[in-house]
Design a protein around this ligand. Structure first.
Ligand SMILES: [Zn+2]
Length: 291
């Protein structure tokens, strides 16, 4: 009798869990905070790799097939890898526009939206800059959107999601206060980046971006562009190169040797470095940028 009861309870528990797939780790960590024990979160794309081109392994199709909710970054970041996987998974619940589909880019204000679309030349940011998750202020709109979506697809636990959101929001607001106070002590605010991964962060804290090592987002560096960038950095005394974990580092090192700048390796997503929590992720960006 006890065994039967336990089996029934366990089955109910398993079926009650909302299976969430997120494309990247930061959104996955937020979904876990809001969903708590009521959700099971799977992150599809490892933060060790280029987020524009996650390797489309068959195991990802199996994960998408089982999901009740798919949370994407949007703004084109998944265009290079997710659409064929989503088609192959053939899961009606999570297709674009279905109830179990959430595009978080709809809840933030996108910057760097091009007036003329240059995707033909390889620009991977045709819809604007998709890297808003490097801004700690994007976390709360993402959390709110996730809580609303979870309440829609699992209405019997809406009160719990609301409670989790409230607790998370209070904690994050306190964190942001301390974070801002720390950022206001930063002095040298001149930077270049490999790829425009940190524009939202840099804009919020009044950094000046003097260029990118890529001539256009997604286009490999050329010697002409590199020499131009070196000149701009010399003329303006730029001493910081923001390098991500997944691009080649040779060009940044060369530029550093010609300008006396420092190459700073910065995480673009939770877990790209040693970070295991949202706070650690943003602290690690700040630690490097604010040197
Ligand atoms: Zn990009």
């Amino acid at each position: 009798m006890k065994t039967i009861l336990l089996t029934v309870l366990l089955t109910n528990f398993l079926f009650a869990t909302v299976k969430i797939d997120t494309t990247y780790t930061t959104a996955g960590a937020i979904a876990q905070k809001i969903g708590g024990d009521l959700v099971h979160v799977t992150v599809l794309g490892s933060s060790k790799y280029d987020p524009h081109f996650i390797v489309p392994k068959p195991s990802l199709i199996a994960k998408l097939r089982q999901a009740d909710l798919l949370i994407i970054n949007g703004a084109g970041l998944e265009l290079g890898w997710l659409p064929p996987l989503l088609r192959a998974a053939n899961n009606a619940k999570i297709q674009n526009g279905a109830k179990g589909f959430l595009d978080l880019s709809h809840y933030v204000h996108l910057i760097n939206v091009p007036t003329t679309v240059s995707r033909a030349f390889g620009d991977v940011h045709a819809q604007g800059n998709p890297h808003y998750t490097t801004d700690p202020y994007a976390v709360l709109p993402m959390a709110k959107a996730i809580a609303q979506k979870l309440s829609q697809i699992d209405p019997q636990h809406a009160a719990q999601y609301e409670k989790n959101l409230k607790k998370f929001t209070n904690g994050w607001q306190d964190y942001l206060q301390k974070f801002d106070a720390n950022m206001h002590t930063c002095k040298d605010k001149k930077v270049v980046q490999y790829h425009p991964l940190f524009n939202y962060f840099l804009q919020r804290y009044n950094y000046k971006i003097y260029g990118t090592i890529e001539p256009l987002p997604g286009i490999a560096p050329s010697s002409k562009h590199t020499l131009e960038l070196i000149n701009i950095m010399r003329d303006n005394g730029v001493k910081k190169i923001l390098q991500d974990v997944y691009h080649e580092k040779k060009t940044a090192k060369f530029i550093a040797s010609k300008t006396g700048a420092k190459v700073l390796i910065i995480p673009h997503d939770l877990g790209a470095d040693s970070s295991t929590t949202l706070q650690e992720f943003y602290n690690n960006i700040a630690k490097k940028v604010c040197q």
